[in-house]
Ligand binder design. Sequence first.
Ligand code: ATP
Ligand code: MG
Length: 400
Amino acid sequence: MQYDHILIRYGEMALKGKNRKNFIMQLQHNLQQQLKDFPETKVKRTQGRMFVLLNGHNPERVMEKCKDVFGIQSLSLAIKVQNDETEIKDAALWALENSTDVRTFKISVKRIDKKFPIRSQDMNQVLGRHLLTNTTGYTVDVHRPDLELKVEIRNEATYITSSVIPGPGGLPVGTSGKTLLLLSGGIDSPVAGFLAMKRGVEIEAIHFHSPPFTSGRAKQKVLDLAEKLTHYGHKINVHVVPFTKLQQHIFREMPENYAMTIMRRMMLRISEQVCKKESILSITTGESLGQVASQTMESMNVINEVTDYPVLRPLVAMDKDDIIKISKDIETYDISIRPYEDCCTIFVPKSPKTRPARDKVNQFESQTDFSGLIEEAVGGIDVITLTGESDAEREFEDLL
Ligand code: ATP
Ligand code: MG
């Protein structure tokens, strides 16, 4: 015997009224995408839940893949049998004997098919007795069992599920529109992208690159970060903006203590243009209130002035420790701490203004015409598409 299904539960989505259908279709699509390395698997919808049919693929390996699909509340390995007492008994016994670290168990039968002759309560007893007489060392604990074996006798078949494994939660990527993520090589912005995706948002990334002050390796770091994020949903376009000229101009012509603020405003102006071109409705950054000079309330106010696009800041209220924890979980941390320079760390003014004022910035900016430089930067954007090919394929590439 072997587990032949994975049962997928999707709590939050069930609450979403008339959007529910879209969510479910998107979740099914995302699961299918995530499982493309397991060609025989099929993702099926039934009332209120989904099943992955394994068709011979390794249950644990498929489970690992499903665990990163947003919108899933929990998962369980399942066995499908006929609505037949003996078959159900055999499968329940097998499931118990094949679970690890279990001493106490509980059986919960739910009889949906009223044609099945044994009622739920009675079937609990029948199965409990069967398991106890055919094993040694197990006891029943109905309050806090190590394992709850759920037996659902549905019209089409009976499903027996073992332990409930938590899913990542959130909403399926693709159900909440698209955002343009300002992706630096730092720790924060990839985490911000991850959290946006967790709320169902699809992302494209934009990176401001200042060669030769920032190296090809710095750019590669950003691409590697974006590649990690593809794992949570879909291919990601990274818009790489040639930023050197604009940045040099700012640092030459503008008062030094305002250069950082003005540079950030330029980033948003350029980002907004990319949004318009790509029909993207919002911008996302890795800013967290109070972390550095440019992330004060005054600074956000002044920087935000240049765009009326919503700027999402998923990390705004988070502590650095918590951000680092997520970055380790999603495996971006080790990439982020690689010691390559970022455009912002190269052109750091000695004393950046922590409380910039709108009127002053506007006055400084009006002394130069930036429009040509902005246009040139936008015109020079190079779009790199990351498809998130599997690590196995990449290892193979390294060997060539
Ligand atoms: P991060 O760790 O994401 O770099 P940070 O704490 O270093 O963040 P800043 O350097 O002030 O903070 O950057 C704030 C945000 O501005 C970043 O989270 C990112 O969204 C954006 N940003 C900074 N530099 C770049 C860049 N070169 N290209 C794209 N976005 C950038
Ligand atoms: Mg940074």
